[in-house]
Design a binder for this molecule. Structure first.
Ligand SMILES: [Zn+2]
Length: 97
């Protein structure tokens, strides 16, 4: 705590100690760090959301092992059928997309 720091509160209520033990420089640092932390959290949340969306899209995309058709399937069935050749396919990521 430097000489130019101002302690908040009068101290009358607590017998000489400041009511809020924060200095002006600590308050300024908190105001400066708040938006930085908020932007960091928003950025991390956005990255997490994008990764989750991409993972879901990869899970829905299926490449037929018989005819090579790439299609999306939104049903929960384990072996969805290809819309082109009607053969059942496992849910594996397409080889080149
Ligand atoms: Zn097929």
């Amino acid at each position: 705590m430097g000489r130019r720091d101002i302690l908040l509160g009068t101290g009358r209520e607590t017998g000489g100690a400041p009511l809020i033990p924060l200095t002006l420089s600590q308050i300024v640092a908190a105001y400066a760090a708040g938006p930085v932390v908020a932007l960091l959290l928003l950025s991390l949340g956005g990255a997490w959301s994008r990764a989750r969306r991409a993972s879901r899209a990869r899970r829905r995309r299926i490449q037929c092992a018989h005819c090579g058709t790439i299609y999306e399937n939104f049903s929960p069935e384990p072996l969805p059928r290809c819309p082109n050749c009607v053969q059942p396919n496992e849910r594996t990521a397409p080889s080149s997309v």
